[in-house]
Write a protein that binds this ligand. Structure first.
Ligand code: HEC
Length: 243
């Protein structure tokens, strides 16, 4: 009994004066970048370019945005919607110590899904009057265009390329992907389509990227993509698989 009591009081002493305050201090102790930099150091990020296809995001649950991310974070610190017809979007009073500005797609949790263009925020933006100009040129941001240029071209093209051999006869190069997928019968699963607009369960593309159905295929596609990427592709099919 006596030993138990001593142990207990020793633990509570350690907690109170030793480790305890470390835990309890978490809420107050975190130093936010804005406190380090001070309000007057906020910078302005100006995105400009010839952006087409932004209307493709309405009603999808995803947003096309100009966003700023802290280094190492997948969640937008600040963001502003890029609407159809916008050629210039500005975010003011941005306070990050180190990070990137991106033209990107985020989900409803503000998590990055796809990056369409990005620029590092320089360590001393004050040298340019606190303005970071982010020129993206001509960019088609439509959902399918984003999928083919950001996902297919990096994660799929090595097997589904336009060279002599495309796995399952499916060429996912930028020029061919749409016509090779949408309403084309599957070469792998009888009675299915590669993409059946609005019907994910009839689409082998959905099976490949969002389920483990391909474990029975000659190549297992599970885990090729992030959950955000596969969710975005599924959403594109569900919303009608538009070009
Ligand atoms: C390492 C090679 C490889 C990679 C990488 C790969 N695939 Fe495949 N894919 C295959 C093979 C092989 C098949 C045919 C499977 C079978 O016949 O059993 C296939 C089949 C498919 C099918 C079914 C086609 C049909 O006719 O129904 C789809 C859809 C597909 N892949 C999409 C993708 C996507 C999207 C990616 C990238 C995220 C990808 N694949 C990456 C090898 C690959």
């Amino acid at each position: 009994m006596r030993e138990m009591f001593n142990l207990k009081s020793a633990i509570s002493l350690i907690f109170a004066f030793g480790i305890g305050p470390l835990f309890c201090g978490c809420d107050e102790g975190k130093i936010y970048p804005s406190e380090i930099l001070g309000a007057e150091d906020g910078i302005t990020v100006i995105l400009s370019g010839n952006i087409t296809g932004a209307e493709g995001y309405s009603g999808t649950g995803y947003s096309l945005v100009l966003a700023v991310f802290e280094e190492g974070s997948d969640f937008a610190e600040v963001s502003k919607a890029v609407e159809a017809g916008d050629s210039k979007v500005e975010i003011n009073n941005v306070k990050v110590e180190e990070g990137r500005a991106e033209l990107c797609v985020i989900n409803s949790l503000r998590k990055r899904v796809l990056t369409l263009a990005s620029i590092d925020i320089p360590k001393s933006p004050a040298e340019n009057g606190g303005v970071v100009s982010f020129e993206v040129g001509d960019v088609n941001v439509a959902p399918f265009e984003a999928i083919s240029s950001r996902i297919f071209s990096t994660a799929c093209i090595q097997c589904h390329g336009g060279t002599s051999h495309s796995a399952a006869g499916l060429n996912l190069s930028r020029e061919q992907a749409y016509s090779m997928l949408v309403n084309v019968p599957s070469a792998v699963e009888e009675g299915m389509f590669r993409v059946r607009p609005e019907e994910i369960t009839e689409s082998t593309l959905w099976e490949a990227v969002a389920t483990d159905a391909s474990a029975h295929w000659s190549f297992n596609h599970s885990n090729l993509l992030t959950a955000e990427e596969s969710g975005f592709i599924s959403n594109w099919i569900e919303k009608g698989a538009e070009k």
